[in-house]
Write a new protein. Sequence first.
Lengths: 47, 195
Amino acid sequence: MAKLYSKRKLATKKMLPKKETIRLILQYSCALNIIKVGNMNFESIAN
Amino acid sequence: MAKSQLPDALLVDKYIAGDENALAILINRHQSKIYGYIYSKVSDRDVTEDIFQETFFKVIHTLKTKKYYNEEGKFLSWVLRIASNLIIDKFRNDKKMPLNRDTDELLIFSRITDNSPNIEKSLIKEQIEIDLKNIIEELPHDQKEVIMMRYFLDMSFKEIADFTGVSVNTSLGRMRYAITNLRKVIEKNKIYLPS
């Protein structure tokens, strides 16, 4: 039945975020450091 | 197996273990669907960028604090749920109701390409889009959701089922009811939608 509803694809153009947004996310990921001590989490962002 | 072909759950494990490249692959793999989903709700590029970014900040934060979701292999639906919550928060903060598209600058339908445009075709296309949009808006929420995700976000029924928390068969059933209801409305109102 899935095929029945899949004949026409209207989503012709892919929408993508800006490259800067992706870069920022990846940089944030690299910079973020979380250390768990007991029940607490300590966060630090490296420059 | 090349890293870019690894399943989501393995990439998530690798990321938690410190492999930053795994996150880049996950983002690259799902960015279009996540971005498209957010845009379909907010209809504004800048807000979409903000929510997309905020979504992944939350993803990163959650994964780095090892509070990862328990549903293996459902990374996309987990991320979409985070995005969905952020969209709701955004509209709550703005004290607005979402999805009032009558005056939006760009309709989701304008993503449909017309390879041989002329004035007549453009006018007909425009009218069809308006009619179709109005009809879809009349559908119950669960049916409208499955139509939007399948046809405008190009999501598979498995992904729709994961995201909406129902089985694939239920998603297919909703699609069937949605199509039936659309036909009924079209016939009842004698709306002409040439293909």
